[in-house]
Write a protein that binds this ligand. Sequence first.
Ligand code: SF4
Length: 178
Amino acid sequence: MRTLIHICCGPCATETVAHWREAGHDVTGFFYNPNIHPFMEHQRRLTGAEELADNADFELRLDATYDPARWFTEVRPQEADRCRRCIGARMDRAAREAAAAGCDSFTTSLAISPWQDHTAIAEEGQKAAQAFGVAFLYEDLRPRYRASRETAKQTGLYRQKYCGCVLSEWERYRQKSG
Ligand code: SF4
């Protein structure tokens, strides 16, 4: 089965790509994350995804569009369910890319993270799959999270400290700032 893997960052993709390959899938990566702020952080994570694609030898498709104004309008980060809309927007774009690339299915490296909303991932992925006529593959890969961090460390991939948006950066550091 040809499967497109939406990649949120290099570290999360390490074990995600390994998992789906072990399950017999022919994988293609896809980086699309306009939720990552600021711009240079976005570029660091994009570079990490490119380095992993080179190291692990898979095709990486890109939509490196950086349009934070549009992201703020669509996701409405001031509202409590911002993460669902943020995940949903990326699942929509990934499903569209999977269909354009001729893949049968798609999934996301977000499913390895213990910090993400897995109910939202599974539901939003399924909705996007139906809209674009491809299958969505969800598996709870959180048991491989620790290994993904080890692999990233050993191979020198950039490891971010917060989810992506400016609110998540503030939530990560606000305790320390007093
Ligand atoms: S915390 Fe992460 S998933 Fe939630 S809105 Fe911000 S970037 Fe998106």
